[in-house]
Design a protein around this ligand. Sequence first.
Ligand code: NAD
Ligand code: ZN
Length: 246
Amino acid sequence: MKNVYREASALISESEYAIALTGAGISAESGLDTFRGGGGLWEKFKPEEYATISAFRQNPKKCWDLFFAIGDIIDKAKPNLAHEVLAEWETKGLIKSVITQNVDSLHQRAGSKNVVEFHGSHAKLHCISCGYEMDSPSFETIKEIPNCKCGNVLKPAVVLFGEAIPHTALIASERETSRCDCLLVIGTSAQVAPASFIPFTVMSNGGKIIEINPEATPVSNISSLVIRGSSSEALPGINSYIRREN
Ligand code: NAD
Ligand code: ZN
């Protein structure tokens, strides 16, 4: 029988510049709901009402209902085995970086250093008017919606729908993607552009793609290897072969 963990281990070990692209699924078992699907946050907070930049401009206080809900979940979350394995692989030079669509800082908390936060971070607050930025306090301790010194309402430094990808993240992800010869696509539905283009760029550059996701996505069709399972099982599974062979 085909052993997908052993095959993934071989693809990663043979590559020269492996990177990971992660999405909400990698954090699902850290207590963070994926937003789509039954019970996901988008059911309670419709994205067009709470998560667009125009909604924030019109009614920033309403959007803070969503930001408090996310902040509260992130405050309580802990990295899981999948985050930990990626951090270990970076230390060993097996992967070079992680491009994440997540805003939860769990990769960094697990020890990953080279993390491109494609959709920004909840760990910072940002003023869309004057550009002021500060570290977020623990969301539990925020009693009132925070204002900037310039008088505007601050927002978490996350990319809302309709907002541009942060310039530095875009440049870093283009650099990593152009070098990549093996891309692990983990826990992303690959529906949110432009992050969803990354696997297609790697494929057209001749790189190999390994998808880890319990469900099929548009990336499945272009993957050299598909692992249909949860990332907190699959990554330690692959790691057991990497440890044996390195
Ligand atoms: P998504 O919710 O669209 O897709 C999640 C994917 O993860 C699905 O394909 C699902 O099958 C898969 N999945 C579910 N459980 C899994 C598991 N245990 N292991 C592996 N895969 C699993 O998420 P997305 O593609 O990241 O896009 C949603 C957007 O919402 C992102 O841009 C992200 O910024 C934001 N978001 C962030 C967080 C976070 O920071 N943790 C959480 C939810 C959403
Ligand atoms: Zn300001």
